[in-house]
Design a protein around this ligand. Structure first.
Ligand code: FAD
Length: 495
């Protein structure tokens, strides 16, 4: 389509910019609803932050490594039932192991095992966990219904009213409180650090800031259907692409979009880097509001301009993709680990590190005799953009060593078994995912009242992805995208 204009014969064509999990979910659901669907992706493979890339015989998960939300009523399960597809997943237990203060705390997936575990480490704080579980039960029950938050119109308000039960009314005050408000004053430093570390990876913020309803639900993630994806996380996106292709939709790789064309207040087309124009009735942008604002150039609506100016930057990620000789690891080692090196120091910036190891049972992930490991830590994006090339490389090396130290803390001696080690900074994420400044993971879930909806200020241009409530994770973006499609169709879409 170089330089040409692609005009659809049908009246209802939707263009989706980006083949992340949010874009692909929306694409599949709109295809099912009868729309003509075209997905345009800059990269050569789908999945974005939840993609898996190939490098020298390894299949490394680029960002997301842990697939949650596959229990009976979880977002992945509901999407699979709606579309009639099967995910290539297997059970994992424990969900992950937290290495804190010389202890290994197992996040077991069954409630009974987890209760025994937490009593072992947080014996005096059982009332906190019981409250958290009660709140989580209500919050997850709400998420299983159509919950168009934040509301965009009267019908959203009516749908929200339909989710109100006596249990929800009982929990309503928690909409104004933080997880820290649920912790006892006497909570031990170990409990506080543990809860902070869990919330940082699941709500993008710590207990003092995480909304109590959202945060309680997030703390329950290990008990909500965690799975291992065969072939790496990117297979979730590939499963959706295969479904879209099989049902007549189009997914085009190597199609970076440089501009969204707006005429008389409506988005009418997108233009690729190569100069091709695709016209459509509806456009969904699988990106952050900042990234979208750069595609709109002079046509940015006032509300979007205000939004990107007022909101603080979100987290970035520093990741390390490591190939190791398999004999350096026990063959039955749990797949995921979270390491807190210094419990008295702030989390992120290499002090808390998530480590995911390809299982021996999945030979597709690494060359024979090797295993693929992805390590990641939260990092502020701004400093990575303020450095000259030499200082940047120095900083990258410092973070590389910090993450290797975390790996070594869990598996002593592993550094001698390294085969390759690739670092990625927010600059790398900006390059590969086109997320402005490499901001990843969506907005911290601090206040339900500041939650961002999918609106852009242009009536036929919508955001999907982790900038939209309920935010980060493959499960979160499935729910967010399903909400946008339901809004467009005027009825809930997930079974
Ligand atoms: C280090 C890290 C670890 C994480 N760990 C987990 C985890 O364990 N479990 C979990 O569930 N979640 C995790 N997450 C979060 C999860 O990966 C994301 O929330 C989710 O994948 C985001 O999906 P998305 O649809 O918002 O878009 P993205 O994943 O950002 O995908 C957007 C896609 O759009 C494309 N695109 C963007 N702009 C353009 C353009 N102009 N033209 C064409 N294409 C474009 C990009 O190339 C990309 O493919 C992690 C994230 C990171 C960064």
């Amino acid at each position: 389509m170089k330089g040409g204009v692609r005009r659809s014969k049908e009246s209802r064509t939707v263009l989706i910019i980006g083949a992340g999990m949010g874009g692909l979910t929306a694409a599949a659901l709109l295809l099912k609803a009868g729309w003509r669907v075209i997905v345009l992706e800059a990269q050569t493979y789908p999945g974005g932050c939840a993609g898996t890339f190939f490098h020298r015989g390894y299949r490394f998960d680029a960002g997301a490594t842990l697939a949650g939300g596959f229990d009976l009523t979880g977002p992945h399960t509901r999407l699979a039932q709606t579309l009639g597809l099967t995910w290539p997943v297997e059970d994992v237990d424990p969900a992950w192991v937290v290495h804190l203060d010389g202890h290994q705390i197992y996040q077991w997936t069954t409630r009974e095992a987890w209760r025994e575990e937490r009593v072992r480490y947080f014996a005096k704080e059982e009332p906190f966990w019981q409250t958290q579980e009660r709140v989580a039960e209500v919050a997850w029950a709400i998420s299983q219904r159509y919950f168009p938050w934040p509301p965009l119109n009267l019908s959203d308000l009516l749908a929200l009213a339909g989710t109100v039960t006596p249990a929800v009314i009982g929990m309503a005050p928690l909409a104004f409180r933080s997880v820290a408000d649920l912790l006892p004053r006497s909570a031990s430093p170990r409990l506080r650090t543990f809860v902070d570390a869990q919330l940082l990876i699941s709500a993008q913020t710590t207990a003092g800031f995480a909304n109590a309803l959202y945060g309680s639900a997030a703390l329950d993630l290990p008990r909500r259907g965690v799975r291992y994806v065969r072939g790496g996380m990117g297979e979730l996106a590939k499963t959706l692409v295969a479904w879209i292709h099989a049902h007549g939709g189009e997914v085009h790789y190597r199609h970076p979009i440089e501009a969204v064309v707006v005429r008389r207040g409506r988005a009418v087309a997108v233009v690729t880097k190569a100069g091709a124009t695709f016209e459509a009735d509806l456009i969904l942008a699988n990106m952050t509001p900042w990234s979208l604002s750069h595609l709109l150039n002079g046509e940015m609506p006032v509300s979007l301009r205000r939004d990107v100016r007022r909101r603080s930057p979100t987290w970035g990620a520093f990741t390390l993709y490591v190939g190791v000789r398999a004999e350096a690891l026990p063959s039955t080692v749990p797949t995921h680990h979270q390491v807190i090196l210094d419990p008295s120091a702030p989390l992120g910036e290499g002090n808390s590190v998530f480590i995911s190891i390809s299982p021996v049972e999945d030979p597709t992930r690494a060359p024979a005799g090797m295993r693929a490991i992805t390590l990641s830590t939260h990092t502020a994006v701004a400093p990575w953009w303020q450095l000259d090339p030499e200082a940047y490389l120095q900083r990258r090396e410092v973070y590389t060593q910090r993450l290797l130290e975390a790996l070594e803390a869990v598996f002593p001696g592993i550094k001698t078994a390294l085969h390759l080690c690739l670092p990625a900074t927010p600059r790398t994420f900006a390059f590969y995912t086109r997320r402005w400044q490499g901001m990843v993971g969506g907005f911290p879930q601090t206040s339900l009242w500041r939650a961002r909806g999918p609106q852009t200020g242009i009536p036929n241009l919508w955001l999907v992805g982790d900038s939209v409530f309920p935010g980060q994770s493959t499960a979160g973006v499935i729910l967010g995208a399903a909400r946008v499609v339901a809004h467009l169709l005027g009825q809930p879409i997930l079974v």
